[in-house]
Ligand binder design. Structure first.
Ligand code: GLN
Length: 191
């Protein structure tokens, strides 16, 4: 059984833990560097990305996270977690720190006020049936590097991507989770 951590200093932790456990992983909350060391893989949940980055720095997790992600630890970011994995943030987020590793530029709150939050049945690469995707003040991918595979799009922008051991979705697959998107991530661990 792989141990999959969920970054737990802020954000939407509990549903991820449940979904991962249901898929047969040992799911643990990660708040300290020692807990990160126990992980074979990590989920960065939704929440507020600036707060998450600041707390990660305050609790001495930001550098260890950067090292693990750069060192090949499979990592799955959802919503704010996608922002944390992005190499670059556009749209007036100058100075916002990320973990990085994913060769994308993301725009925070990209769908705008009119569509602050919405749900969609989203075709998803490798899945037969669309995913019920819940978007909450979600980012989208504005630029994706050559090594980045687009797994789903909404409003003509990538909202799910994969690059090697890294995966990210703009939406919240844990919310009404039938677990299929998490399963794709967990299956990366066996490779
Ligand atoms: N808008 C948030 C941010 O910029 C992300 C929202 C979410 O994770 N649901 O960090």
């Amino acid at each position: 059984r792989p141990t999959v951590g969920v970054f737990a200093l802020q954000g939407d932790v509990r549903e991820h833990l449940h979904t991962l456990a249901a898929l047969g992983a040992t799911a643990i909350a990660v708040r300290r560097p020692a807990e990160l060391e126990d992980c074979d893989a990590l989920v960065l949940p939704g929440g507020e990305s600036t707060t998450m980055a600041k707390l990660a720095r305050t609790f001495d997790l930001l550098e260890p996270l950067r090292e693990r992600v750069a060192g090949g630890m499979p990592t799955f970011g959802t919503c704010a977690g996608m922002i944390l994995l992005a190499d670059e943030i556009s749209g007036g987020a100058a100075g916002q720190e990320t973990i990085g590793g994913l060769d994308v530029t993301v725009r925070r709150n990209a769908f705008g006020r009119q569509v602050d939050s919405f749900e969609a049945a989203l075709p998803f690469a490798g899945l037969e049936e669309p995913v019920h995707a819940v978007f909450i003040r979600a980012p989208w991918v504005e630029r994706a590097g050559e090594g980045v595979e687009v797994l789903a799009t909404a409003h003509d922008h990538p909202v799910a991507v994969r690059q090697g051991h890294l995966m990210a979705t703009s939406f919240h697959p844990e919310v009404d989770g039938d677990g299929r998107v998490h399963r794709i991530f967990v299956e990366l661990l066996g490779r």
